[in-house]
Write a protein that binds this ligand. Structure first.
Ligand SMILES: [Zn+2]
Length: 284
């Protein structure tokens, strides 16, 4: 009898052991599977959110987004092209400065080029457009070939069809020792007809609209073709469409005063912004 009772007690003890084990095993399993379910559910929710974020970016394609002459506040963020910005020269480049003059502060082209690029970047940013500064250096005059190869790396990254190279300069008629009479705004592309020529005509048209009210002139290549052609390294070696702007003459007394003024610099930056907006909107 004693043995039966002992066997019964042992059975109950074993049964209780298994029950405990089952509970112990189940608890973490259940918790684990719940976590897994949450993780699986969350992923598609996140994807859905991403899709919603994408929608407004595509919206502006359907709408005319610019009134470029009024420097408007953009309503949408959008970009179609990546603007590759090349600010010419550096603080260490010999020359590239206006003649010394008691009345006119000396003009340094590297500083002007960088200031215009900075202003243009602010405007591109306001429009939600994408840009890359090819030459962040101020004191090192990066070679023209390196500028082109940096641009070409970005063409590989973004797709050559999505990039426009824009080199920003100011012009001089002399050697910087004395004031000269050269005047007017112009831009260059490489020799021969390419997509760059189509874009350059847009820059010329915008320059005319922006600068003429200030009494500034446009240097036309000919009566039927406004933009100029020259095989500058940065125009020839870059794989994407490439334009170089010569933003008035810094060795002309009248024009350098304009280039040193806040109003003048904003006007120059606006020419570039307006032209880019028109290109992006297919107005070329
Ligand atoms: Zn220059």
């Amino acid at each position: 009898m004693g043995m039966k009772k002992l066997i019964e007690m042992l059975k109950q003890w074993f049964a209780s052991l298994f029950k405990k084990n089952d509970e112990n095993v189940e608890t973490p399993d259940t918790a684990g599977s719940t976590d897994t379910n949450i993780a699986i559910i969350e992923e598609p929710v996140n994807e859905g959110n991403d899709t919603q974020v994408d929608e407004p970016i595509n919206e502006p394609n359907d709408e005319p987004i610019n009134e470029p002459n009024n420097d408007p506040v953009p309503e949408h963020k959008n970009w179609k092209y990546v603007i590759l910005l090349d600010n010419g020269h550096a603080s260490t480049t010999p020359g590239k400065r206006s003649p010394l003059d008691k009345e006119i502060p000396q003009f340094f082209e590297y500083e002007f080029n960088r200031d215009i690029v900075r202003r243009l970047c602010d405007k591109l940013d306001d429009w939600g457009m994408k840009f890359e500064i090819i030459v962040p250096e101020k004191d090192v005059d990066v070679s023209l070939s390196t500028r082109a190869s940096r641009a070409n790396k970005l063409c590989n990254l973004y797709g050559v069809e999505n990039c426009i190279f824009l080199s920003i300069h100011a012009n001089a008629a002399g050697n910087g020792k004395e004031w000269m009479n050269g005047r007017g705004w112009c831009c260059y592309t490489s020799k021969g007809e390419t997509e760059s020529d189509v874009y350059a005509e847009m820059f010329m048209r915008e320059a005319k609209k922006v600068l003429e009210p200030y009494g500034m002139t446009i240097r036309k290549y000919s009566s039927h073709k406004f933009s100029w052609e020259e095989n500058f390294t940065v125009l020839v070696k870059t794989r994407c469409p490439a334009i170089l702007t010569e933003n008035l003459f810094y060795d002309n007394k009248d024009e350098v005063k304009f280039l040193q003024s806040e109003e003048g610099r904003e006007a120059i930056a606006r020419i570039h912004m307006n032209a880019i907006l028109n290109i992006q909107n297919g107005a070329v």
